[in-house]
Every structure is written in structure tokens, then in C-alpha cells.
Design a protein around this ligand. Sequence first.
Ligand SMILES: Cc1cc2nc3c(=O)[nH]c(=O)nc-3n(C[C@H](O)[C@H](O)[C@H](O)COP(=O)(O)O)c2cc1C
Ligand code: SF4
Ligand code: SF4
Length: 294
Amino acid sequence: MKVLLLVFSGTNNSLYVCTELKKEYEKHNIQTKVLKLEETEELSDDYDLIGISYPIHAFSTPRFVERKLKELNIKNKHYFIIKTSGELLPLNSASSYYIYKLMNKNNNTFLAEYHILMPYNIIFRFDDAVTSRILKANRNFIKKIAYETSNKRFRRIDFKKKYKLIRNIFKIQRLGAYLNSFLYKVNLDKCIKCMKCVNNCPTKNIKYENGKFKFGTNCLMCMRCSFFCPEDAIRIGFLNGWKVNGKYDYENLKQDNLQYENNKRDSFYYKFLPYLEEHEEPFELDYEIQKDHS
Ligand SMILES: Cc1cc2nc3c(=O)[nH]c(=O)nc-3n(C[C@H](O)[C@H](O)[C@H](O)COP(=O)(O)O)c2cc1C
Ligand code: SF4
Ligand code: SF4
């Protein structure tokens, strides 16, 4: 079996999940490739299973993901969806409605959708203790995803009308992203001209000309530029108060010492407990791989 994981990831959370899932498949000799959507123009046809992964933006799929999937015109495959987000509100549950419709229209077979909790890349930074606990739970969750998808387990999905409606209302965020793109600015006193922002923007929306940075109107609000700027020199318009700067170092997190229970944001983290408890249970099904996925 050959698996393709197609990912869009602003700040590496969704990419991290796909990389871990690839490792899990490969432990079981399932050939797996991870492709970034922004670097993918066309696909070869020799994959048996396709995973689509993205971050939830304002209760929806990033517009970029929808557009790219339409262009790639994937047909006659089994597929599943992995969305990552910083909270588990049911409001997020209709985020993939568009791609579900698109993929099914092209005669693809939906297997399942998985919602993986990952730290916020906007609003505020999750602390190390809670992040470490989330990642630990996610390791089991990812094993389960590898098991279920490679065995072609179907999970029904139910897009509730009210969440579809809310998702559509929040599409206004896309207009907001467009308007906000006029307000991005670089603080030249802080900037060290490393050009990370210019080189890594998924839509090539940032130009550096005549000593000045120019942001175009094709911003996805993915946060990649401001999140990874080594000098925290980028203002993200009217969302600046919510900016998170500096990557999460998932390899070197402080151990889970439950400090977060005393954190002033404990009521926010408290809502994660059912998710954590569910996925902290080791996943120990015997792993069997369906060799023929046709
Ligand atoms: C513009 C924007 C909107 C977001 N909206 C939501 C949201 O509606 N619900 C949520 O749980 N997280 C939301 N998040 C948080 C991200 O979904 C979360 O941190 C995700 O794991 C980031 O993944 P990435 O690093 O692959 O981009 C939002 C992040 C951004 C940048
Ligand atoms: S990433 Fe930050 S420091 Fe580097 S060029 Fe961009 S604004 Fe300047
Ligand atoms: S300008 Fe920044 S936030 Fe906008 S798409 Fe590019 S990297 Fe992402």
C-alpha cells in the first residue's frame, strides 16, 4: 500500500502530525509520502490512500486548501481528513464540509475525519506542560489513525446544519484576511533581513524591494511569517494583540508536571481533559495491514 499525505501547515502543527503519522505507517512497512500543498502542482496516480491535513481557520478549512484540492482534481481514491486546531469546539466540526463535497463529487471514497488538538499559533501560546501532555496523547491517537486508515475503517461523518451555517458565516474571515493584509508591517529597527518571511510565505505574498517590505493581498493568515520571525519584527494588522511568536520546540518540551492546572488559563485547558484522557489510553490493537487497498 502507498499513502500520500497532502498537507497545508502555516506553523508546522499539521506538518508535525503528518510526519508522525508517516513514521507510524513506515513502522508497518507502508510506504508514505508527505507533500506540502503549496509545493504540489500535480499528483501521480499510484497512491492507494490519501490523507488531507490542514489547520482549522475560523471554524473552516483555509481557502488555499480548498483551491489546491480543486486544482489537483483527485479522483477515485480512498481518502481521510486530519484537521488540527487549538480547541475542540463542536463549532469546528463542519470545517471540512467543502472538501468532503468536492472529493466525493470526484468519486473519491471518504474513510474518516480526525480532529487533532495542537497548540494555538494565534491568540496565546500554550505552555510547555500542557503541550507536552497533548503531544503524548496525540502519539496514541496517531497510532490509531494509522491503524484505522490502513485497515480501511469507515467512520461516518455528520455535518450538522447549524455548524455548516456558522462555518459559512465565519467565511467572512477570508474577507478579513484580505483587508488585514494591508495592515501587515515590518519593524525595520528590529528586522535583521534574514528573508525567512519572504522566502517561506506559501503564497509569495511578501516582497522586499528598495529596502522596504511589501505585503500583497494574497495573505492566508497562516501566521508563518510572524510566527517564525527570529526578531518578532512583523505586525499582523488588527490581530497583533493575538500574535504568537517563536516556534514550539516539540522535541524539548518541559515534562508534563501538571503545572497548567494552576495556570490562570486553567478553565480553558480544563476542557481538554476528556480528549487527553481518551487518547492517553495506550492504543494496543494488533496491527494488521490491508495489503490490497483496491
Ligand atoms: C487565522 C487563524 C484562525 C484560527 N482559527 C481557529 C479556530 O477557528 N478554531 C481553532 O480551534 N483553532 C484556530 N486556529 C488555531 C490553529 O488551527 C491551530 O493552532 C493549528 O494547529 C495550526 O496549525 P498549522 O501549524 O498547521 O498551521 C486558528 C489559527 C489561525 C492562524
Ligand atoms: S523574518 Fe523577521 S527578521 Fe527576517 S526578514 Fe522577515 S521581518 Fe526581518
Ligand atoms: S503574509 Fe504571512 S500570514 Fe500571510 S500567507 Fe504569507 S506567511 Fe502567511
